[in-house]
Ligand binder design. Structure first.
Ligand code: G
Ligand code: G
Ligand code: MN
Ligand code: NA
Length: 254
């Protein structure tokens, strides 16, 4: 309850901020996009990680306000980077299943893009497998509306949810994010290698871009490249970066 009350204030007090983690095409080393990750800088508690407050935001209903702020801030930053010639091809924003309880997600997204003059193709929304498993008509409608708008959809943490893959056919997704739990031990776990490779092949068969998360080593990257994985994200390239640090990182690239 203490965290919930403080989070309520955090929105008014401008204590939330976004970091951006680069995603890189494995074959060409070109920038594919960045993922926006929310941070909470509390005056007494310091940096509060999203794992500590996103679940509380979801339970309390504050996730709608937090989610709207995150989307607005990511689009505002993209528009600024665009003006400065520093924009990545797109920004990915995480959405909670909770946010789809209201039918207003597509309207909120369209309004936000319009407010910042950002083309829909510059935005990817990351949704979880559990949302897609809900088999809820309103959610399906919302995802189709977003797709028709030209916004891309990515399945986050792919492989950690349920094993039914039928939803991939029903939902207009264009990207699969291979969960970092499958990437972590690629070097010494044959089963993880088999699972990672299977996910890449599912993505290829369905013509989806596969993004591997949590890539920390050149060895992991080489294996994923061999398997035909398209894009990698992880400490091997960069941590989630403050906006200034992202620009610095961009300058330091060949
Ligand atoms: O940033 P970090 O690496 O600690 O992220 C931890 C978790 O928090 C991830 O599962 C990520 O999906 C989630 N997360 C980060 N930013 C957001 C956000 O803006 N909205 C939602 N719903 N989840 C987020
Ligand atoms: O949205 P998602 O659940 O995928 O959030 C990504 C999380 O993974 C964030 O907490 C981010 O800080 C973290 N992360 C990103 N790259 C790496 C990495 O290379 N290694 C590890 N251990 N964590 C990472
Ligand atoms: Mn994510
Ligand atoms: Na993930």
């Amino acid at each position: 309850l203490e965290v919930e009350a403080a989070l309520r204030l955090a929105l008014d007090r401008n204590e939330l901020l976004l970091h951006y983690q680069p995603q890189v095409h494995i074959a060409s080393n070109q920038l594919f996009g960045v993922e926006a990750l929310v941070r909470w800088q509390h005056p007494q508690w310091g940096m509060v990680p999203p794992a500590r407050f996103i679940p509380i935001a979801e339970e309390s209903g504050l996730i709608d306000a937090v989610g709207s702020w995150v989307l607005d801030e990511a689009c505002r930053q993209m528009a600024m980077w665009q003006e400065a010639g520093q924009a990545p091809p797109h920004v990915s924003v995480n959405l909670s299943a909770r946010q789809f309880r209201h039918g207003s997600v597509p309207t909120m997204v369209a309004d936000t893009l319009l407010r910042h003059g950002l083309p829909p193709s510059r935005l990817t929304l990351e949704i979880t497998e559990s949302l897609m498993m809900m088999r809820n008509d309103q959610t399906l409608e919302a995802l189709h509306a977003l797709d028709e708008m030209g916004v891309k959809l990515a399945v986050d943490d792919f492989g950690t949810g349920y094993s039914s893959l039928g939803y991939l056919k029903r939902f207009p997704v264009s990207e699969l994010k291979l969960d970092q739990s499958f990437v972590r031990n690629l070097a010494n776990d044959e089963e993880d290698r088999a699972l990672a490779s299977a996910v890449v092949r599912i993505g290829q068969s369905l013509k989806l871009t596969v993004v591997a998360e949590g890539v920390e080593t050149a060895e992991q990257l080489a294996f994923l490249h061999e398997q035909g994985c398209d894009v990698a994200q992880g400490y091997h390239f960069a941590r989630p970066l403050a906006p200034d640090a992202y620009v610095e990182w961009l300058r330091g690239r060949p």
